[in-house]
Design a protein around this ligand. Structure first.
Ligand SMILES: NC(=O)c1ccc[n+]([C@@H]2O[C@H](COP(=O)([O-])OP(=O)(O)OC[C@H]3O[C@@H](n4cnc5c(N)ncnc54)[C@H](OP(=O)(O)O)[C@@H]3O)[C@@H](O)[C@H]2O)c1
Length: 371
């Protein structure tokens, strides 16, 4: 028997911030790694987990596009797991699975159907990237940026065009900014702290930046877009900044509607800000297109994997990650997504004992380890 630490869903909380110990709670169980029944599936050691803002929407008890979390069961996230035992022909011990529905715990038995429908075999990184990068810039966050820009903006991403990016220092945002900059697009980016704004200007090369907590987005976008307005908006947050873009959009502008984090933790429905100027979507003939990244995977996964991880390894794409060591730190890490205290992609290295193998040994030396 070994200890199996995990984070389970504790109770529905429809409003306000998620609360460690209330919305979720840590738990310690045991598992017999040699004898636990696999029932046709695989036993895995969960290596790393991605914490994503949208997980908050599965804690609210409403109707969402993925199922709500189940009380007293581990919360589910995107993750990477290592096979320990297998009853599936396609997987053997040592194989890595990138899985879209990983229980947030140290060890799991994953059913055959889940692995076949929501899993993909992946190689252990040999290019020096950490395993968590394969959940962030080289994983779902990177896919979100890369695939939605390709699908929604496509050939219109040309040198000299302009783009507004919100949540720009975050996991998705930093990739969007760099993909746009490399295409010659002039970017105005916003974030919630002066340090994040400095990173965006000095390290990622944004032409203009502003701290949305202290500056007026309407004024900033007006200054940047001038009479012509701004061509594209990559929207990670919604709310007032969406309204500000619509106000200062160019004719035939495109809104890539990625997320609405400004509304995820509202205390009351009436606190959520919806644009009051939607009629300008009509008069400026804007394209306003939402998407779920999983819809684009089949079409774009191969080119994404061929291009982006190598660009990161070569230093052509910069990556900031907020890595927590140990599954018990996941509740705190999740909260950082909403307070803005995260520095880039929020991920958890669950398999802390093998940090070197996952290219996180150096970072572990100075990190708090949650055990
Ligand atoms: N459509 C899809 O398929 C898809 C896929 C992945 C992600 N998403 C969405 O993309 C967005 C970014 O996700 P991510 O994983 O890259 O997260 P992230 O940006 O790494 O972290 C979340 C960031 O949101 C900002 N934030 C928090 N509360 C806010 C508020 N009230 N108003 C404005 N900004 C706020 C914070 O940055 P500041 O310090 O700058 O405030 C925080 O760092 C989210 O809306 C997410 O749901 C969509």
């Amino acid at each position: 028997m070994v200890v199996n630490r995990r984070i389970v869903f504790n109770q529905v909380k429809a409003t306000g911030l998620p609360e460690p110990g209330v919305t979720t709670r840590p738990e310690q169980t045991e598992i017999d790694l040699d004898n636990v029944a696999l029932n046709g599936g695989v036993l895995v050691r969960n290596v790393a987990a991605s914490l994503d803002p949208t997980m908050r929407n599965r804690m609210k008890g409403g109707v969402y596009f993925t199922p709500n979390y189940v009380k007293d069961e581990p919360i589910l996230c995107i993750g990477i797991s290592e096979v320990l035992r297998s009853e599936l022909d396609a997987y053997k011990p040592g194989d890595l699975i990138f899985i879209w529905s990983q229980p947030l715990e140290e060890y799991s038995v994953l059913p055959r159907q889940l692995v076949e429908q929501a899993g993909r075999k992946m190689d252990v990184p040999t290019n020096g990237l950490s395993i968590t990068t394969y959940l962030g810039a080289a994983g779902m966050a990177g896919m979100t940026a890369y695939m939605s820009i390709k699908e929604i903006i496509g050939d219109r991403l040309q040198p000299g065009t302009t783009m507004f990016v919100t949540g720009a220092a975050g996991a998705v945002g930093q990739l969007v900014v760099q993909i746009a900059r490399q295409a010659g697009v002039k970017v105005i980016a916003s974030a919630g702290s002066d340090d994040k704004c400095r990173f965006l200007r000095e390290e990622l090369g944004c032409e203009a930046v502003f701290n949305y907590k202290t500056a007026d987005p309407f004024e900033e976008l007006k200054k940047f877009g001038g009479e012509r307005g701004i061509d594209f908006y990559f929207d990670n947050v919604g709310g007032t900044q969406l309204e500000a873009y619509i106000e200062h959009s160019a004719k035939y502008g495109i809104i890539v509607a990625c997320g609405y984090i400004s509304g995820y933790n509202a205390d009351k429905p009436e606190d959520i800000v919806y644009p009051k100027n939607l009629f300008k979507v009509v008069t400026r003939e804007l394209t306003y297109r939402g998407f779920i990244v999983s819809s684009f995977i089949q079409k774009h996964l191969a080119s994404f994997l061929a291009e982006i991880p190598q660009m990161i390894a070569d230093g052509k794409i910069k990556v900031k990650e907020d890595v927590t060591f140990g599954v018990l730190g996941a509740e705190d890490a999740f909260l950082r997504l909403f307070t803005g205290d995260n520095e880039g992609k929020v991920a958890v290295l669950i398999d802390v004992d093998h940090a070197d193998k996952w290219n996180l040994g150096e970072r572990k030396k100075t990190a708090k380890v949650w055990q």
